[in-house]
Design a protein around this ligand. Structure first.
Ligand code: PGA
Length: 248
């Protein structure tokens, strides 16, 4: 049985002062939380968050990692650097990076590989655009995205986390219905099962406007193992409500 995993994706938000107050509110509300919880924070704040979260049950995550090991890659952050801050998770292939930084399926797969080699669990994001959904290409798109990661990572594939995030749902207030999410998660699960005997270990998260109002029904689906939460993870009370739902 996979315990639920709830991950806050802070994106490019926060400040030293805001982070300290958000984390102190979160830590004060963690008493009844039994699910796994993590926050993926901007690189600039990894040291601060490592310190703030130390000794707590909230794990630390990053939002991206370089596909290179080290060297002349100005602005990039390597998996080894993330290791220095005891980073447990790293988002790779978020649609905002695929879109604004032209990240390809192959690059995303290489990033997942770097993270795994450093003992960091990649949270591999997949999802279709509205145009792709309307053209009936949803399954083909997410399967293509996952296939690249499976191809590059072979038997290690059971060590990844997958996040299904339909692009039309991210930051829009439109959430996939529980049925839509379950249907896609089942497709991804089957693809993972075909690649690895240990695929049942893989947590498949849903992301895209998940809030305290929509989380319970999504989390009730058999293949929805948690959430990747953007906007709603920046409000302590909202994120804590979702952690409580995932703890049931
Ligand atoms: P959202 O973002 O919850 O604000 O839609 C989710 C994500 O992009 O990971």
């Amino acid at each position: 049985m996979r315990s639920k995993l709830m991950v806050g994706n802070w994106k490019m938000n926060g400040s030293l002062a805001d982070n300290a107050s958000l984390v102190s509110e979160l830590l004060a509300g963690m008493a009844g939380v039994h699910c796994r919880a993590a926050v993926c924070v901007p690189t600039a704040y990894l040291a601060q968050l490592q310190n703030l979260l130390s000794g707590s049950s909230i794990e630390l995550g990053a939002q991206d990692v370089s596909a290179h090991d080290f060297g002349p890659y100005t602005g990039e952050v390597s998996a080894r650097m993330l290791q220095d801050f005891a980073v447990r998770y790293c988002i790779v292939g978020h649609s905002e990076r695929r879109m604004h930084h032209a990240e390809s399926d192959v690059l995303v797969a290489a990033k997942a590989q770097r993270a795994l080699a450093a003992g960091i669990t990649p949270i591999v994001c997949l999802g279709e655009s509205l145009a792709e959904r309307e053209a009936g290409q949803t399954e083909a798109v997410v399967k293509r995205q996952l296939a690249a990661v499976i191809h590059a990572n072979g038997h290690c594939i059971s060590e990844i986390v997958v996040a299904y995030e339909p692009l039309w749902a991210i930051g829009t207030g439109l959430t996939a219905t529980p049925d839509q999410a379950q249907q896609l998660h089942a497709v991804l699960r089957a693809q993972l099962q075909a690649a690895s005997a240990h695929a049942d270990r893989v947590s498949i998260l849903y992301g895209g406007s998940m809030t305290a109002a929509t989380a319970a029904q999504l989390l009730a689906q058999p293949d929805v193992d948690g959430g990747l939460i953007g906007g709603a993870a920046l409000k302590a009370s909202e994120f804590l409500s979702m952690l409580a739902m995932a703890s049931r």
